[in-house]
Design a protein around this ligand. Structure first.
Ligand SMILES: Nc1nc2c(ncn2[C@@H]2O[C@H](COP(=O)(O)OP(=O)(O)O)[C@@H](O)[C@H]2O)c(=O)[nH]1
Ligand SMILES: [Mg+2]
Length: 193
């Protein structure tokens, strides 16, 4: 699959602002700065569809990207930003839960983790949450250019073990910098929609 048309269709902080449930959706989740916006730009072939940020924690909205007029990629707000208050982080949780729990056209959530690091407690919590809702099974290991090809298998093994992934679940290493691995991700997305 190639995404040859992509546009930001809606920016939401509550359900009344979501677009209609008329197209299948794949959501992207991950801690802030993991490379979510970069990945979105890469797979849509758009340089600046999503804003790539040097300062993490900027995206506090749910962004709906309409792709090929066929499906949507939904960018969930990044978690794990150190400088947020308890109240803010609760608001974040409620916003994400509100979306994940009640979205009938949501097919799957792709969880992003940095290939270099063992998934954090929050990554594990997020993934457990996805398991609970049957939305788990696909993880993108971002910034794959940061580890050598010798290290790669060990990094992926650690991600699998830490998140408690099953044999049939998929980890796709992707580098937005080198523009590698995303064809595999697009294949996975295509099978889901
Ligand atoms: N080396 C490398 N850096 C990346 C890659 N993807 C993203 N980054 C960098 O990581 C930082 C955060 O990226 P961004 O896409 O804004 O992350 P987001 O907060 O998850 O949306 C930026 O400085 C990006 O340039 C990648 O594949 N390789
Ligand atoms: Mg972002």
């Amino acid at each position: 699959m190639i995404i040859n048309k992509a546009e930001l269709e809606a920016v939401a902080v509550k359900a009344s602002q979501y677009p209609p449930e008329d197209l299948p959706e794949i959501a992207f989740a991950g801690r802030s700065n993991v490379g979510k916006s970069s990945l979105l730009n890469l797979i849509t072939g758009r340089k600046s569809l999503a804003r790539v940020s040097g300062s993490p924690g900027k995206t506090r909205t749910i962004n709906f990207y309409r792709c090929n007029d066929e499906f949507r990629i939904v960018d969930l707000p990044g978690y794990g930003f150190a400088k947020v208050s308890r109240a803010e982080s609760e608001k974040w949780g409620a916003m994400i839960e509100g979306y994940l729990e009640n979205r009938s056209n949501l097919r799957k959530v792709v969880q992003l983790v940095d290939i270099r690091h063992r998934p954090s407690a929050q990554d594990v919590q997020m993934y457990d949450y996805l398991k609970y809702y049957g939305l788990d099974g696909i993880v993108v290991a971002t910034k794959a250019d940061k580890v050598s090809s010798n290290q790669r298998a060990a990094c992926i093994k650690e991600i699998r073990q830490t998140l408690g992934m099953g044999k049939e679940d998929t980890v796709v290493p992707v580098s937005a910098l080198k523009r590698t691995g995303y064809d595999k991700l697009l294949e996975v997305i295509e099978t889901l929609i």
